[in-house]
Design a binder for this molecule. Structure first.
Ligand code: NAD
Length: 257
């Protein structure tokens, strides 16, 4: 019989970009579901104390490793360290992201394009590049990338952010096609507005250009980061064993409009 359990007991997970917001909330959800975990991010002092806090709440093994996703050597070494500590890799979440510049596209700066794509796109690809060989060795895996509703629709005046998230969706779908035969599933979540520093920075930047309120959310509220955790646990678990190449909207109805 197929095991369609949501339990992650004994699974080995890495979350890159887990210092705050959605990544941190999803790391907590993975650990509560039973996964042993390495969280990675930019802030070593914060990371160590977050790891201790998640371990105490979940009873699983949790530790921190520094990774700046713009530095390939750090991604390679960080993934290697995580796999060494965990004894393998079943689940990887590539969450690191920044909002990028706001403004009419003709006014944006090429340097900002490069910085944004180095984190949101190249960073997600580098994560997968170093995660996949370990999953191939283990014979299975689940990778969860961070897209956005801005991967599914345009978003005027933050066009580079939308382009970066469309690229993440393309990477995700293409990786799913390549890795399906090896039983490695690759999916992305596409959150609508979530109450994090990134959202507030993006909204403030856009507000200076478009003097209007943000796009309407049918559920009439923004999400809390914890509301992303259920889908991530599902995508990480056997409960989603036939799901790959999917971009899962968690958006209060935004893309239904
Ligand atoms: P956040 O700012 O709280 O989290 C971003 C995380 O990325 C932080 O942990 C930060 O340290 C990390 N990060 C940034 N640059 C990095 C780098 N060079 N190397 C390693 N880590 C780095 O914001 P968030 O909203 O939680 O964002 C998480 C992801 O969710 C992003 O990819 C974002 O694009 C996506 N997203 C957010 C929303 C939203 O409304 N908040 C909506 C859709 C998608």
């Amino acid at each position: 019989m197929t095991d369609a359990s949501f339990s992650l007991t004994g699974r080995k997970a890495l979350v890159i970009g887990a210092d705050s917001g959605i990544g941190l909330a999803c790391a907590r959800a993975l650990a509560i579901a039973g996964a042993d975990l390495v969280i990675a991010g930019l802030d070593a002092a914060k990371g160590d104390s977050l790891a201790r806090e998640i371990a105490a709440a979940s009873g699983t093994e949790v530790s921190y490793v520094p990774i700046d996703v713009t530095v390939e050597d750090q991604v390679a070494a960080g993934v290697e360290t995580a796999v060494g500590r965990l004894g393998g890799l079943d689940i990887a979440m590539n969450n690191a992201g920044i909002p990028g510049p706001a403004g009419p596209l003709q006014d944006l700066d090429a340097k900002d394009f490069d910085t944004l794509f180095a984190i949101n796109v190249r960073g997600a690809w580098l994560g997968m590049k170093y995660q996949v060989p370990h999953m191939l060795k283990g014979g299975s895996g689940s990778i969860i990338n961070l897209a956005s509703t801005a991967a599914l629709t345009g978003l005027g005046f933050v066009s580079l952010y939308a382009a970066s998230k469309h690229a993440v969706a393309g990477l995700t779908r293409s990786a799913a096609l390549e890795l399906g035969p090896q039983n490695i599933r690759v999916n992305a979540i596409a959150p609508g507005p979530v109450d994090t520093g990134l959202l507030h920075t993006m909204r403030a930047g856009r507000q200076t250009i478009v003097q209007s309120s943000p796009a309407k959310v049918p559920m009439d509220r923004i999400a809390q980061p914890e509301e992303m955790g259920g889908a991530v646990v599902w995508l990480a678990s056997n409960a989603s064993s036939y799901v790959t190449g999917a971009i899962i909207s968690i958006d209060g109805g935004v893309v239904a409009q």
